[in-house]
Design a protein around this ligand. Sequence first.
Ligand SMILES: NC(=O)C1=CN([C@@H]2O[C@H](COP(=O)(O)OP(=O)(O)OC[C@H]3O[C@@H](n4cnc5c(N)ncnc54)[C@H](O)[C@@H]3O)[C@@H](O)[C@H]2O)C=CC1
Ligand SMILES: O=CC(=O)O
Length: 332
Amino acid sequence: MPDSPRPKRPRVIVTRQLMPHVEARMAELFEVVLSARDHAFSEGELKAAVQDCDVLVPTVTDRIDADIIAAAGERLKLIANFGAGVDHIDLAAARAKGIMVSNTPSVFTEDTADMTMALILSVPRRLAEGEKLMRSGTWEGWAPSTMLGRRVGGKLLGIIGMGRIGLAVARRARAFGLSIHYHNRKRLPAAIEEELGANYHASVDTLMRISDVVTIHCPHTGETHEMVNAARIAAMKPTAYLINTARGEIVDEKALIAALKSKRIAGAGLDVYAQEPKVDPELLALDNAVLLPHLASATIEGREASGDKVVANIRAWSDGHRPPDQVLEGWA
Ligand SMILES: NC(=O)C1=CN([C@@H]2O[C@H](COP(=O)(O)OP(=O)(O)OC[C@H]3O[C@@H](n4cnc5c(N)ncnc54)[C@H](O)[C@@H]3O)[C@@H](O)[C@H]2O)C=CC1
Ligand SMILES: O=CC(=O)O
């Protein structure tokens, strides 16, 4: 059946506050309902929104599950996500109902890699602990044997998920003298492996066992849910660190907390959590974990570019084309 004509001025509901120039552009181009209160939409608010628009612009804080998709009105044809990850959207349910999904890949790659590198440096070097000590007013001055961390250069970095962000992290890490090992669904072309000196491991078990620092950059999917499980954490070196700026659900968080508490592994640097915005209180109590509030993509430049991509995706769709960043089957 041919598609019904797409509205030239689609009704667009945006769940969160976006950068001012993006909101202004949306108001010019669309019949847009902007987020006045800038909060994560509740289930009720999402259900009301999907019944009342052609395009929904959600973010990672909105859970668009099968129930929400089932509640959508006939006119909802595009979910134009603001953000790279789309694990909060039930893609199969959307596809079954003929609703396209788009995202904003690439614009956060360098920022997320920078923040990952910041964690790779700050966890072994105990940066957050040092900062806390200074603010406590209890620092007694320099000493040769206190607050010793571990050197980063010369260590083995294990990257799980060698896509855009994984590659950007590898490039940075190489400059800091880390050797690059990775596990990915697909092996990189030989020329890129050579450029990075990157070693491929078909087995995630092996990668985690040999790494001094493991960093996660795959998407959260059915396959990667708790991929970093208790057995794999237990097999890590006792001197190793786990960094996660991808999604909290990729790690068995309880198993990670147990390993950090018992010093089974040396430390962790986390930007993402299993039940955001809730953070396990046990994690908050640990000195060997550096915790960030899902901050890796939080730059003005990245958020502006992400908003521009959302606008471009909606415009392409309303002009009768595929959104340039349409999330296709087998997206991960
Ligand atoms: N903390 C933050 O603010 C941000 C977090 N992210 C997260 O980072 C994730 C990755 O982003 P990109 O690098 O842009 O994605 P990408 O699609 O470029 O790369 C993901 C890589 O993971 C690999 N992969 C997928 N399933 C796998 C599996 N089962 N085993 C091994 N490898 C697998 C893919 O083959 C691909 O190479 C996003 O999905 C998102 O969840 C992205 C941006 C910001
Ligand atoms: O977590 C952020 C994203 O863009 O994905």
